[in-house]
Design a protein around this ligand. Structure first.
Ligand code: SAH
Ligand code: SF4
Ligand code: F3S
Length: 476
């Protein structure tokens, strides 16, 4: 075993063996309970790609127990919501959907309802579920992903409700089975948790401290993905730039990128999220050098005002952010940059908000993920004076969207006539026989083509730009 693997705390082989035994026991129970056909599981995932990756591991375990998956919750024998706590709106949706399960469960008494993920890691939420949603059978948090077999076994055997939301040291569970919906567009977690404690953010409270997977494990999984036909591998972490910080491996994020870039195969590498505080010129130089790394940088700046950034505890200034952007554009002139923004942080004034607008004008982002501040239980910002009413923040928000829409439309117009390499992701939502895909810079584009191209790279010439949506033609 290498030095880095020794240092990183992983779930013991003995514990993993015990869980596999539970899988076998459940298999037997299910084959008796459902003798005619395989039991069906419905798994719905809210939140970020980290949650999607967790769900793939939970589904992997369910699949081994004998479950098959359905998109229809009414016909499911096991319903699982993997929840997100990032904003109030996300939580409200979950409570609404759990409420909607009640009449379904009334008609189907042996349906098992389970909730997991970030929301469950908050005490006030799990207590509310315990108190007000008695038909929920199983609740588990983000530290118990690998213990699903044991927990589900308890539910199946005992008929009692099971709650497991303890925060542990967060050992990494390697070797879990993974069930992926798509083999060509894949997620690869490289680290878990977050140490940054941005004052508005709930993630460090629900995901625990930062911990990186051993580079050997990451490379092993990357090779596996490539052999299964991955055309795009997105490396995941709340702050990928601090990958490897606490391990002895000596492999930092740029080095890891380079190692994956060297693996043979026709695939692209993406990553998120990059934190400006830990984004270095070394990373940008590495991106520029690595031909498999997509020319896309998602670098959330949150606010363009230094006082607000300080209150947010982000650890960088507007100037430092802009310096990174200038450098990124210098070493990768074709780089596409996207970002996250919070509007209406407690105490933010309109003047300060205007600094966010001017930063957008200066950088000219491809696209933005924009949010109105949402107070989260347990965070510092929840108790900060917040005098600006929501209605006013909404006006600022609309102003921001308008500016960004103009910039995105201008950028898209500038792409007409150019040809891009595009990974075909599927058919368009309108179901008009057209295909949709994404450019290297992560811009959606649709075009005519045969469904057999899904999962392949094609060259597409942009023929039209409608606001920020591109359409084009495949080049032979
Ligand atoms: N780790 C990433 C962000 C993950 S959360 C980073 O630091 O960049 C995704 C986005 O949700 C954040 O970038 C932020 O813009 C938004 N967000 C997080 N907490 C929020 C809150 N309390 N209210 C509104 N938006 C929030
Ligand atoms: Fe939240 Fe900040 Fe961590 Fe991102 S870096 S997950 S915003 S605390
Ligand atoms: Fe949400 Fe948890 Fe991700 S709070 S954004 S699902 S880490």
């Amino acid at each position: 075993m290498s030095v880095s693997a020794e240092k990183i705390s992983v779930v013991s082989p003995e514990e993993m063996r015990i869980q596999r035994e539970y899988i076998e026991k459940i298999k037997t129970i299910l084959s008796v309970r459902y003798p005619e056909s395989s039991p069906k599981a419905y798994v719905h995932t809210y939140g970020c790609q980290g949650n999607v990756a967790d769900s793939e591991r939970i589904k992997g375990q369910l699949f081994e127990m004998g479950y098959v998956f359905t998109e229809n919750r009414e016909e499911a024998d096991f319903v699982l919501f993997n929840t997100c706590a990032i904003r109030e709106h996300a939580e409200d949706r979950v409570f609404g959907n759990v409420g909607a399960l009640k009449p379904i469960k009334n008609l189907k008494k042996d349906m098992i309802i389970a909730l997991c993920g970030c929301m469950m890691q908050q005490k006030h939420v799990s207590e509310r579920i315990k108190r007000s949603y008695p038909y929920v059978n199983l609740v588990f948090g983000t530290f118990a992903i690998h213990r699903v077999p044991e927990l589900l076994y308890k539910v199946l055997r005992g008929g009692k409700r099971v709650f497991e939301t303890e925060e542990t040291k967060g050992e990494i569970a390697e070797g879990l089975p993974v069930y992926r919906d798509r083999e060509f567009k894949t997620w690869l977690p490289i680290m878990y948790g977050c140490n940054n404690f941005c004052s508005y953010c709930v993630v460090p409270y629900v995901r625990g401290r930062e911990r990186s997977r051993a580079p050997e494990e990451v490379i092993k999984e990357a090779k596996e993905l490539i052999s299964l036909g991955a055309k795009e591998i997105t490396l995941l972490g709340q702050n990928v730039n601090s990958y490897g910080k606490n391990s002895l491996s000596g492999v930092n994020f740029p080095k890891l990128l380079e190692m994956i870039n060297e693996l043979p195969g026709n695939f692209k590498i993406r990553f998120m999220t990059s934190h400006p505080k830990d984004c270095t010129k070394e990373l940008l130089d590495t991106m520029a050098r690595c031909e498999k790394v997509a020319r896309h940088l998602h670098l959330p700046f949150q606010s363009g005002n230094n006082r607000v950034l300080k209150e947010m505890n982000r650890g960088y200034s507007r100037e430092k952010y802009l310096e990174l952007i200038v450098y990124a554009k210098k070493v990768m002139p074709d780089i596409s940059i996207t970002s996250d923004i919070i509007v209406g942080f407690p105490g933010e004034t309109y003047e300060e908000f205007k600094d966010t607008l001017s930063l957008i004008e200066e950088v000219r982002f491809t696209s933005l993920f924009t949010f109105i501040f949402s107070p989260r239980e347990g965070t510092k910002a929840k108790n900060m004076p917040d005098p600006v009413p929501y209605s006013e923040k909404s006006k600022w928000f609309s102003e921001l969207l308008k500016v960004q829409e103009r910039i995105a439309a201008e950028r898209c117009k500038g792409m007409v006539g150019k040809t891009f390499e595009v990974l075909v992701e599927g058919t368009t939502k309108e179901n008009d026989g057209r295909l949709t895909g994404r450019t290297d810079g992560s811009i959606n584009i649709d075009f005519e083509g045969d469904e057999s191209l899904i999962g392949e790279y094609v060259r597409v010439k942009v023929t039209n730009a409608l606001n920020w949506i591109l359409s084009g033609e495949i080049q032979k």
